[in-house]
Write a protein that binds this ligand. Sequence first.
Ligand SMILES: Nc1nc2c(ncn2[C@@H]2O[C@H](COP(=O)(O)OP(=O)(O)O)[C@@H](O)[C@H]2O)c(=O)[nH]1
Ligand SMILES: [Mg+2]
Length: 249
Amino acid sequence: MHMRSETACELSVVMPCLNEAETVAACVMAAWAGLSAIGVPGEVIVADNGSTDGSPQLAERSGARLVHILERGYGNALQAGMRAARGRYVVIADSDGSYDLCCLQPFWVRLQAGDALVIGTRLKGRILPHAMPALHRYLGNPMLTALANRLFGTHLSDYHCGMRAFERAAFLRLPLQARGMEFATEMIAQAALHGLSISEVAITYAPAGRSRPSHLRPWRDGLRHLCLMLRLYIQQRQRRTLPVAQRSG
Ligand SMILES: Nc1nc2c(ncn2[C@@H]2O[C@H](COP(=O)(O)OP(=O)(O)O)[C@@H](O)[C@H]2O)c(=O)[nH]1
Ligand SMILES: [Mg+2]
């Protein structure tokens, strides 16, 4: 069922990667195992923008297709990965070993049921010890999620989960622009503003398998999420108040 050649591709697993030499190979192999387990033809893509620790070579040797992006940033990497993907559907997940890529089934089931976006939820699933700092688990994530739910009319429990699945064509039509970590919020907000069907599935979150700290800079990135939410919300209100003839996007 694997697709390492030019045959049909239903599901692309896309992983952003910045210096994840300790974990990226295992993630690529887990993604292949996940595709095999659900019996869906697919591909594994690693989107890298500037790793200096040999991650790209390790990913490639484990069977991933590499996408190089010149501009830094999580959003830039994922957007390039999405564009390069060939699957009708895409699953994204970190390449740091924190998400269980062997377990694609719940995402696949929701995609087959017709959802355009399926978000993993760690807060309604399982968070293993030391996987998520208490500040993020009990304060940052729930507060930003509650605000985003209010602004965009969603009913989600984990706006910052990095494991999600979506229909590629639907996302390529959305005006996604975020370059950094705030891309996680932008994806959901724009999907909601454009009326796409969104669901969530409970997943397990494990500590990242690397020995250096996360790329996330909580205060700076939290602020970027907040600014993006407010900007999208204000834009949307302004568009609603414009006469129909002047609306765009
Ligand atoms: N290509 C690329 N990947 C990134 C960048 N920043 C983060 N990542 C990757 O995105 C994922 C999420 O980053 P991570 O440090 O795990 O953030 P956390 O999960 O919030 O702690 C990881 O797989 C990183 O390697 C970036 O600038 N470029
Ligand atoms: Mg991570």
